[in-house]
Design a protein around this ligand. Structure first.
Ligand code: FES
Ligand code: MG
Length: 567
């Protein structure tokens, strides 16, 4: 393409015209030339590369090398690669929670795609909130886009077993809390859980969103699962750069043409079949909303009834993303789900999903990792929504990750009114709690001060953990890490902070969970609930400014994806 007439608009694209367009173009070219570009380079179409490298994002540690590969691909295809930074969200280093900043990253990314002279964009993301933010941005900006994920970490070793962040982080911490391993051992384990670049090594939120990006058709086939440190990851980055150039000038491969209602439904199917992260329910809802598609949690339940869990990875099963990659990855899952998918959905490759599914697998299918439809890990999908007097607009249960007996359970509520209350009392030896009780956490939803943290995986009270209790029903308006597991009911909507029924639960109330009936009920009569509602104290208004204020004024509930109402 070099030397040919540019398909894209190049460096002078998208100029604001203050009356003399030639002067504006001349000025822009002269500043671009100050960076050492030749006229030949500046004549090329421009592929912007959103680089989310950050010293506060361990998962993106390898992005400098990945970026070089994307650039190489862009140059090979005749484009000019121009990287730009955006906000990066490193999951564990953000307060109060990374989710609060997902929408900020989505807005920043969207606006930079729009404002800069970009003909196509490669979005480099990976850690939990980064890929959802970038997909939301891509749909709103709607310029040719290839999503490139960083890929999962490889596992570490400890006493002959493999360790991967962060399901094993929790497993070892639970053993430490129960007094099963000592301080010296947990210190050693701490250094062996996350040992390479890349995102968490299990089917957590990052890997789930990578699989969703691939299924939606915005990331290249097979790209979700390639390990971060594998040479194929670099080849995939190169190919993503090349493909971005090829997308320029095509009229039918824009993000909003690729992410249709059918593509979103395919993504739900894959989410269910991989038994992906509960966080992905929030993110996929927000992504769909950016494409103008409303998500109905009843629809999720219908899909869940028809879509078996096929992938045997932690936290639901036994294996790691490196095994999923070697076993065939997303292409193998799509092939297994073929008759349930909308195969005419278009992808960035220019081929339909059906055409991709018909291509031979590059990897050796391994049935211990990716099961057949006839022999699934679980005949029902991994996630369901429940509704009822405690969650009128729904709540989410990852049934595949729970002790089965707890999915049909009635028990006595033990209530914690906030995160502070939870940490002050959960390990109190005098806490009135037994193994059949239901732990309830209030005020941890989107509008709470903590902005819907991953606090829904309430710890088992220490005195019960010491007696060997491993799982209890736990209910909250919070989220849970994609790497966590248990009989956990999340995303209760409306949340306690806006006066949802969750705010009205008191110690000793009976609560009934029936996943079979899709119900979550507070067994208290309506008049008593009204009296409690009338007596609810008014939370004192907090002084808020800046982004915190924008967030508070505009954030939506979990069933609307926790996006902003104006996006
Ligand atoms: Fe980045 Fe888990 S911390 S993906
Ligand atoms: Mg996570």
């Amino acid at each position: 393409m070099a030397g040919e007439e540019s398909k894209g608009r190049g460096i002078a694209g998208g100029l604001t015209n203050y009356g003399d367009p030639d002067f504006a173009a001349y000025l822009r070219r002269s500043f671009a030339r100050s960076m050492g570009y030749s006229n030949e380079a500046l004549a090329r179409p421009i592929v912007g590369i959103a680089n989310t490298y950050s010293g506060f994002n361990n998962c993106h540690r390898h992005f400098p090398e990945l970026l070089e590969a994307v650039k190489r691909g862009v140059l090979m295809a005749g484009g000019l690669p121009v990287e730009f930074p955006t906000i990066s969200l490193g999951e564990v280093f953000l307060n109060p929670t990374s989710l609060k900043f997902r929408n900020l990253m989505a807005m920043g990314t969207e606006e930079m795609i729009r404002a800069q002279p970009i003909d196509a964009v490669v979005l480099m993301g990976g850690c939990d909130k980064t890929v959802p933010a970038q997909l939301m941005a891509a749909l709103s900006a709607n310029v040719p886009t290839v999503q490139l994920v960083g890929g999962p970490m490889s596992t570490g070793r400890h006493k002959g077993e493999r360790l991967g962040a962060c399901t094993d982080c929790r497993r070892f911490w639970a053993r430490f809390r129960a007094g099963d391993i000592d301080q010296a051992e947990i210190d050693v384990v701490e250094g062996r859980l996350a040992t390479t670049a890349g995102t968490c090594a299990v089917m957590g939120t990052a890997s789930t969103m990578a699989c969703i990006a691939e299924t939606l058709g915005l990331a290249l086939p097979r790209s979700a699962a390639i390990p971060a440190v594998h040479a194929d990851r670099l080849r995939c980055a190169e190919e993503s750069g090349k493909r971005a150039v090829e997308l320029i000038g095509t009229k039918e491969l824009l993000p909003r043409q690729i992410v249709t209602e059918q593509a979103i439904e395919n993504a739900w199917r894959v989410l269910l079949a991989i038994s992906g992260s509960t966080n992905a329910v929030v993110h996929l809802t927000a992504i769909a909303r950016r494409a103008g598609i409303k998500v109905d949690l009843n629809r999720l339940n219908r899909l869940s009834d028809e879509t078996p869990v096929l992938v045997n990875l932690k936290p639901v099963g036994n294996n790691y993303m490196e095994d999923f990659f070697a076993a065939g990855g997303v292409p193998a899952v799509l092939r297994e789900l073929r008759d349930l998918l909308h195969l005419d959905c278009m992808t960035v490759t220019g081929k339909t999903l059906g055409e991709l599914v018909d291509e031979p697998l590059l990897d050796q299918l391994d049935r211990t990792i990716i099961r057949s439809r006839e022999d699934p890990v679980d005949p029902d999908g991994g996630l369901v929504a429940v509704f009822g007097s405690l969650a009128p607009r729904g709540a989410i249960v990852k049934r595949a990750a729970a002790e089965k007996r707890l999915l049909e359970h009635e028990g006595r509520a033990v209530v914690f009114s906030s995160l502070e209350d939870l940490s002050a009392r959960i390990d109190d030896p005098d806490l009135d709690v037994g193994p059949d009780d239901i732990l309830v956490l209030q005020n941890a939803g989107p509008k709470s001060a903590a902005a819907m943290p991953e606090a829904g995986y309430l710890p088992i009270p220490r005195k019960l953990a010491a007696k060997g209790v491993k799982d209890m029903v736990r209910i909250s308006d919070a989220r849970m890490s994609g790497t966590a597991y248990g009989a956990i009911v999340l995303h209760v909507a409306p949340e306690a902070a806006v006066g949802g029924p969750l705010a009205l639960v008191r110690n000793g109330d009976r609560i009934r969970l029936s996943v079979a009936e899709r119900r979550l009920d507070l067994l208290i009569d309506a008049t008593e609930l009204e009296a409690r509602r009338a007596a609810l104290p008014h939370a004192p208004a907090r002084e808020r400014r800046g982004y915190d204020r924008l967030y508070d004024e505009h954030v939506l509930q979990a069933d609307e994806g926790v996006d902003f109402d104006f996006c």
